[in-house]
Design a protein around this ligand. Structure first.
Ligand SMILES: Cc1cc2nc3c(=O)[nH]c(=O)nc-3n(C[C@H](O)[C@H](O)[C@H](O)COP(=O)(O)OP(=O)(O)OC[C@H]3O[C@@H](n4cnc5c(N)ncnc54)[C@H](O)[C@@H]3O)c2cc1C
Ligand code: SF4
Ligand code: SF4
Ligand code: SF4
Length: 359
């Protein structure tokens, strides 16, 4: 399916990082991917592009006049090109929030090499959670090469991070319980062994993904099912994945890859509520002097470092559609200028993450 020598660094939300992990963990079933470095973002929730645009129209804001979005102090802020700021309490974003986010238990991309967000650090800095030895080497060497400066996160910042991660988990566990009272089990929250995964998944095809995930409002639109399908019969529109044709006999790739089917203890050995920030080696605050990012520019400067030093061949980023303002588009690139252009958070989901990966 892919060139084994190509190395890709991927940036994504926790659910996309989980999908990338599953694609590689079950590579004998899914064909694997070139993803070698996983940079996960913190993520409380995400939004539908179509409904976000409608919300703005309702508020008499043209999305073409928007310079950026921020979520701070429990408010959703829209920064306009003339620097005016329109804001609403986060509780008023329900009309464009994606419902699948209500059952998500991962705030800090726990199974990445490096996780990055803003919470816990001063304005203009990124909070960087270093999780793996690979991640540690990258951060250490990129700092040495002057891509950014680091400082230890303050105790207060770390406590805030733990508190908010825990809040997300507790709130969404309640949502899961409420859903399960009237609907089918939210299966990704129950960790099972690899043997059980094999036993269940080897019986499942796209129809099971539809009944267990898509029709349950659990699909995160990550694009993993579309990417792994060996006969390209899965297509994703703005709302959900659909199948056009008959499944290949004995293929179960999409069920294995989906981040909202069963999760094995091998991928995540503990329950999210036990460790709100996951396992990590260190947490630091990072500020880049090279670029202006959403926060401290940590993501972009790490991607630039990886490309410029030849540590990866390409990076998977989420940039903006050339013609449609703020519509996120996933791209695979080795062009540093394009990476810089993709800095900044696009607060909406479309089928992103894997679409750009070459098979
Ligand atoms: C949906 C969403 C919700 C978030 N919620 C929180 C939160 O609750 N708390 C918090 O502290 N941080 C949150 N973040 C992360 C935060 O907004 C910044 O992305 C992060 O702090 C990195 O900043 P930076 O300056 O280092 O990144 P930059 O250097 O600006 O780079 C940002 C990178 O993010 C990628 N990206 C942009 N939009 C998306 C997207 N929609 N999906 C996947 N990748 C994307 C781009 O490829 C770019 O490389 C969220 C991010 C997203 C996408
Ligand atoms: S499901 Fe929603 S809240 Fe969870 S990581 Fe994905 S986009 Fe973020
Ligand atoms: S052939 Fe069917 S089961 Fe296999 S990946 Fe495609 S949609 Fe899924
Ligand atoms: S159904 Fe497909 S797009 Fe939706 S979460 Fe699962 S793998 Fe991702």
């Amino acid at each position: 399916m892919m060139d084994n020598n190509v190395k890709t660094a991927m940036v994504g939300t926790p659910c996309q990082i989980l999908a990338a992990t599953k694609i590689n963990e079950y590579s004998d079933k899914t064909g694997g991917s070139s993803i070698d470095v996983k940079i996960g973002l913190f993520c409380m929730e995400n939004f539908s592009y179509t409904y976000l645009k409608e919300f703005l129209i309702d508020k008499k804001i043209d999305i073409n006049d928007v310079k950026g979005f921020r979520i701070e102090e429990n408010k959703f802020k829209v920064i306009l090109n003339n620097n005016d700021v329109f804001m609403v309490p986060l509780s008023e974003t329900d009309s464009f929030k994606r419902k699948n986010c209500d059952i998500c238990l991962d705030y800090t991309s726990d199974i990445s090499d490096i996780s990055i967000g803003s919470l816990g650090s001063p304005k203009g800095w990124s909070t960087v959670i270093i999780r793996t030895e690979k991640g540690k080497e990258i951060v250490k060497n990129a700092e040495k090469e002057n891509y950014f400066e680091t400082k230890e996160i303050s105790e207060k910042g770390k406590q805030l991070l733990e508190r908010i991660a825990n809040q997300k988990i507790q709130k969404n566990l309640e949502n899961i319980n409420l859903r399960e009272e009237v609907s089918r089990p939210v299966i990704y929250r129950r960790k099972i062994s690899d043997d059980e995964i094999e036993e269940i998944s080897s019986e499942c095809q796209f129809e099971n993904l539809e009944s267990d995930v898509i029709s349950e409002g659990a699909c995160v639109l990550c694009g993993a099912c579309e990417y792994v399908c060996p006969i390209d019969i899965v297509k994703i529109d703005d709302r959900k994945p659909q199948k056009f044709g008959e499944c290949k006999e004995d293929c179960h790739a999409c069920y294995y890859a989906c981040p909202r089917t069963f999760l094995s203890k091998n991928i995540l050995g503990y329950d999210f509520e036990e460790k709100p920030l996951g396992d990590y080696l260190d947490i630091v605050s990072v500020r880049s002097s090279k670029i202006k990012g959403q926060d401290g520019g940590a993501v972009t400067s790490i991607l630039m470092y990886l490309l410029e030093k030849g540590l990866v061949d390409n990076v998977s980023i989420v940039g903006e559609d050339e013609d449609i303002s703020w519509k996120p588009v996933s791209r695979l690139t080795n062009d540093v200028e394009e990476v810089k252009k993709a800095a900044g958070t696009k607060y909406s989901t479309v089928p992103i993450g894997f679409k750009a990966l070459e098979k």
